[in-house]
Design a protein around this ligand. Structure first.
Ligand SMILES: C[S@@+](CC[C@H](N)C(=O)[O-])C[C@H]1O[C@@H](n2cnc3c(N)ncnc32)[C@H](O)[C@@H]1O
Length: 337
């Protein structure tokens, strides 16, 4: 596999693509509010009202239209910064009070302040070290500030080509970063140090179109073995059950019930990370409000839960004994759109 460094990636026709949608506005049909699932100004208003000032950083801002419109709609006190690799900003954004547009790569650019909102709308699809940008940006949040970025976790792979979808979702969750699998958006409130055991190895600009339909960039990482294994402790009792009421997960005495109307999708996959000694099956239950449950095959009731999801959608029960690692996941059930 030929992996590109940042310099080569930025020259690639996939990144310097004129057909990219760089024109999203703040709200309306082709907009940030629509693609993020929230209106950026709604997030900033409470801060503006309380403190008289707020700051929004938009990474991979394209033409900067959403920022320019926010500057016009919001009261004074809103500081807006947009960063994009390509100097193709909307002429109407030039000279707008409170708006700074920077030409540069989000992999290198560094702000001199913190922000109450940081967004990256369909920008990470074209970035090499997506997790590195995520880690840097999370440190730029003000206390209580919100981060939201589109991230297609299927575009993150281990250096041997294995999809790292499950691993990354788990690492992000453990680090307190939420992933909405339906919208493919990572969110976090408040600054965080994201120290993942993955080292960036390079990018592939020949990955083809991603879920947006546009050619995108896959990012490759080498797993790092860190620290020593802790002494084995008896695992807490965990169990899962799927029935007419929904999904019930029990974890060491606590019970978490999810009703069917809150379940978006269920899938099963085999997670293998040789370097970390991981090889097991996982049932992933994505919830409509963005969170997800990961249920390992060591949970009581795992196989019955997988079978019940498949039965309810009329699908064949997957052969768990022969599930191949490297297949992203096998869908068992999905809520009707
Ligand atoms: C699909 S466009 C989205 C633009 C804007 N967020 C919107 O929704 O209208 C992706 C943008 O990411 C920018 N981009 C790609 N790689 C970048 C990088 N390393 N640093 C900064 N911007 C980058 C591209 O130039 C492009 O403007």
């Amino acid at each position: 596999m030929r992996l590109l460094d940042d310099e080569a990636l930025q020259r690639s026709s996939v990144v310097a693509n004129n057909a990219m949608n760089r024109e999203r506005g703040l709200d309306g049909v082709n907009s940030y509010a629509r693609d993020l699932g929230f209106h950026p100004l709604d997030r900033l208003r409470p801060q503006l009202v309380e403190h008289g000032s707020a700051a929004w950083l938009d990474l991979c801002c394209g033409q900067g239209r959403a920022l320019a419109q926010a500057a016009r709609q919001a009261p004074d006190g809103l500081a807006l910064v947009g960063v994009d690799l390509v100097d193709h900003f909307d002429p109407q954004a030039a000279g707008v009070d409170g708006l700074t547009l920077v030409t540069g790569s989000v992999s290198q650019w560094q702000p001199g302040r913190t922000f109450d909102l940081i967004t990256c709308v369909h920008g990470l699809h074209y970035v090499g070290d997506k997790l590195g940008v995520l880690a840097r940006a999370l440190t730029w949040l003000s206390p209580g500030g919100m981060f939201a970025a589109h991230l297609d976790v299927a575009s993150i792979r281990l250096a041997d080509g294995t999809p790292a979808t499950r691993l990354v979702r788990r690492l992000l969750r453990d680090a307190g970063v939420d992933y909405d699998a339906r919208r493919r958006i990572v969110t976090r409130t408040g600054p965080a140090v994201l120290d993942l055991p993955l080292e960036y190895a390079g990018a592939d600009d020949r990955a083809g179109p991603n879920y947006t339909g546009q050619p995108a960039v896959d990012s490759y990482y080498r797993p790092l073995r860190t620290g020593t294994r802790p002494d084995p402790v008896p695992p807490p009792r965990r169990a899962v059950a799927v029935d007419d009421r929904g999904v019930r997960v029990e974890h060491d005495g606590s019970v978490f019930d999810v009703a069917w109307h809150d379940v978006h999708r269920a899938s099963v996959s085999r997670l293998v990370v040789e370097v970390a000694g991981i090889d097991h099956l996982e049932l992933t239950v994505d919830l409509v409000y963005g969170h997800h449950l990961t249920i390992p095959d060591s949970d009581d009731g795992f196989a019955a839960a997988v079978a019940e999801f498949a039965r309810r959608s009329g699908r064949a029960e997957p052969d768990l004994a022969h599930l191949r690692a490297g297949l992203d996941d096998i869908e068992l059930w999905q809520q009707d759109a």
